[in-house]
Design a protein around this ligand. Structure first.
Ligand code: SF4
Length: 306
């Protein structure tokens, strides 16, 4: 059995996550063992190949651009400055499979403005980027996250989420409608603004090698949908808490979802090499110690590209 001294001998520090958000809970649902390694031990691979983070870094820069543009009252210069300051230099046509580049992001920004400016001028921005931690008393849940903006249009308040993607399959939008993230943003927006909120808009920048495009989709939820979200989240939260309470120092007591190992967001799971080795003695702990480093999930610093 793994014990705390054994983990400490390998410089591994188990800690309960300090907050719960849609990414952390989603990781637990996808694979409890991944959750343990990523969020309890807080591990990521050392010396990650920067091209492996191209999509994430591109998406982060795009977020900075839109945030600066909207926060400045739709000043083009502010958006361009944000690209200049945040563009990840390793995302270039010779390294990126979608041939993304700073010039393409600038072109994309001009196209975005042309496409949406008239519509955006008819909206009030109630909040720009908003980090939140709200308490949902009916399910005794502290829920955290970050909303890109909250807007009012024709009297309706709704959160707004920017995403960038290079894989727009037929179910691209469906993955968000039923999710931990979007109904959670709706409930958080209601708490933040004190107004009834039942909608959210997804604002997508789609880039492939030869073209770029933009899509917006608004999802609506009923009160019953909100109740179901709360019930489902609290059921998963209870499972998570049970494992944290009983197996905080025992990595091998966390279930492994083997069906996810080779297909973790389109790649192999970062811990594939760890779990591909037989669980003999402390071999796996040795690999974790040598090949991984502690860098805990920070929703403020990181963006996902989905
Ligand atoms: S390799 Fe598989 S079992 Fe291991 S953490 Fe990743 S998804 Fe889970």
């Amino acid at each position: 059995m793994t014990t705390l001294p054994l983990l400490e001998k390998h410089n591994l520090t188990p800690k309960r996550p300090e907050f719960l958000d849609s990414s952390i809970l989603g990781d637990f649902v996808r694979c409890p063992s991944y959750f343990y390694l990523r969020h309890v031990l807080g591990l990521v691979r050392k010396n990650r190949d920067p091209t492996a983070t191209s999509s994430m870094d591109w998406g982060t820069c795009w977020h900075h651009c839109l945030e600066a543009y909207h926060r400045s009252g739709m000043d083009l210069e502010a958006g361009l400055r944000a690209i200049e300051e945040n563009y990840p230099s390793h995302v270039r046509p010779d390294t990126d499979r979608y041939k993304r580049s700073k010039d393409r992001m600038i072109q994309g920004f001009f196209s975005y403005v042309e496409r949406w400016k008239d519509l955006d001028e008819k909206m009030d921005f109630v909040r720009h980027e908003q980090h939140f931690s709200v308490y949902l008393e009916d399910i005794d849940l502290d829920w955290s996250g970050r909303i890109d903006s909250i807007r009012r249009q024709k009297g309706k308040v709704r959160p707004w989420d920017y995403k960038s993607t290079s894989s727009m399959g037929s179910s691209y939008f469906d993955q968000f409608e039923l999710s931990f993230q979007f109904p959670g943003y709706v409930l958080a927006s209601e708490k933040i603004t004190g107004q009834r909120v039942r909608e959210i808009t997804l604002d997508v920048f789609y880039t492939i090698s030869r073209s770029q495009d933009f899509f917006r989709r608004t999802f609506s939820y009923t009160d019953a949908d909100m109740r179901e979200w709360k019930s489902n989240v609290s059921l998963w939260r209870d499972r998570l808490e049970y494992l944290l309470d009983n197996h905080l120092h025992e990595p091998e007591k966390w279930p492994k979802s083997w069906g996810q190992c080779a297909w973790w967001y389109g790649r192999k799971c970062p811990f594939f090499e760890v779990h591909n080795i037989s669980p003999i003695d402390d071999t796996r702990l040795l690999i974790l110690e040598q090949d991984f480093e502690e860098r805990r999930w920070n929703p403020i610093a990181e963006e996902s590209d989905t």
